[in-house]
Design a protein around this ligand. Sequence first.
Ligand SMILES: [Mg+2]
Length: 200
Amino acid sequence: MRNHPTAVGFAQPPSQPCATIVLRLAAGGAGGPDGRTGGRGENRVIELSVPDFGSLALEHLVLDFNGTLAEDGALLPGVREALGALSQRLQLHVVTGDTFGRARQELAGIACELVILEAAGQAEAKARTVDRLGPRRTACIGNGRNDRLMLASAALGVAVLQKEGASAECLAAADVVCRTIVEALELLVEPLRLVATLRG
Ligand SMILES: [Mg+2]
């Protein structure tokens, strides 16, 4: 997944024009288009075994932007720091319709892949991102109705409430519901909390 060119379109049926844009943002710098998330050959994974739920070996985290990482287009407090730390443990992917047009500048300096989606079919496009990465090794965090499919297909789906609230269908598709994005991200670095919530 590290070899994506700066901007590519995903394969879609020929009758549908593809407007999806994929940008790779680098850690620490200005978020240049040629950045890398880290050295090749890294084996970043978060593993945990949850009784009566299953074993998780997570390599990717797919995140919605507005309502999840950001409010009114701006990153919520604590998100930059939390994502910076988590990018050492997982490969981060942000999938968004980018309603406010600010995702790239807000995420600059955070090692992640930014996928900007066209307006139509966002739920399916987000789910395709998870399919591309491998649902069994992917966790997702989102709040909107268009996050429901990716949360349902990923090994771990987390819904967040925050000020924007969460769609009922998104909540129904989630394995865990958190109040805030920072608390949701903390679950991944304190996996015993996840075990306590998901077991049996
Ligand atoms: Mg959202």
